[in-house]
Design a protein around this ligand. Sequence first.
Ligand SMILES: C[S@@+](CC[C@H](N)C(=O)[O-])C[C@H]1O[C@@H](n2cnc3c(N)ncnc32)[C@H](O)[C@@H]1O
Length: 290
Amino acid sequence: MARLLQRVTRRLQRAKLHYGHGTERALDDAAALIWHALRLPQLPAAPVLRRAVSARQQAAVASLVERRIRERVPVVYLTHRCWFAGLELYVDERVLIPRSPLAELIELGFAPWIEAGRVRRVLDMGTGSGCIAIACARVFPRARVDALDISADALEVARRNIRRHRLGGRVRALQSDHFGALGGESYDIIVSNPPYVGQREMAALPPEYRHEPVGALAAGSDGLASVRVILRQAARFLRPSGLLVVEVGDAERRVRRSFPRLPFTWLEFARGGGGVFLLTREQLSEGQQA
Ligand SMILES: C[S@@+](CC[C@H](N)C(=O)[O-])C[C@H]1O[C@@H](n2cnc3c(N)ncnc32)[C@H](O)[C@@H]1O
């Protein structure tokens, strides 16, 4: 097994693939593919590396490696497993591969920005796999969470993950174009990783991104179509002192320039990543009136 791991890693390194879809380097991809093909429950451990690998197992690994290289399929879409905020999730090409730096903030219970005990309602706008909604439900055990998405396909994946984590009683998957399907709901936290890739950047993305749903990435010519709607409407759905937390990634500069009156707090993450802003309901309302 150790030799197979080495061989596959070298093969992937030579193929000059793009990483960042839940794995960061060739060794991670190789380990994930081998573990998947051999149906091993756990991630690499030394005793397992000494195991023999049958010819059939080697063939199964080879066929996955071929797809990774020839079709540039991100490994998570081949294994259908990934982790977000310490939770294992099912993922396929109907949803974005979870990788948001928001995981770190959620694990901290959004500290120091809100008192965890007061959080009773959370909205995850653009839930995809349900990763953010599920992680929020786990960290706020008394909260009800709405996991909202425009894509019926994505919601099927989200529902599967909600069931898997036995959160059906507290996490509701809802189809909606932004806030459209919500009535008089109000939330302590609205959290979102919306699409934020502009037209020009879409064309330049590495081939791995073509396997992700276009609607999870593309957001109009400047990438701000979804962020604009969220900034315009979120205050109406927030409770007093409620928080809006949105990931906009590389679109940060464009957001700062497009909304000069909004007093964004840009968050920093110990584990890396950025482009996430935070606003209170009051800051949102005042900034819009200014
Ligand atoms: C960048 S993905 C984020 C998925 C997931 N929250 C995550 O962090 O991995 C954006 C999600 O927003 C959804 N979306 C796009 N436009 C939307 C809209 N108008 N209303 C609601 N959801 C939308 C997409 O279907 C996609 O699932």
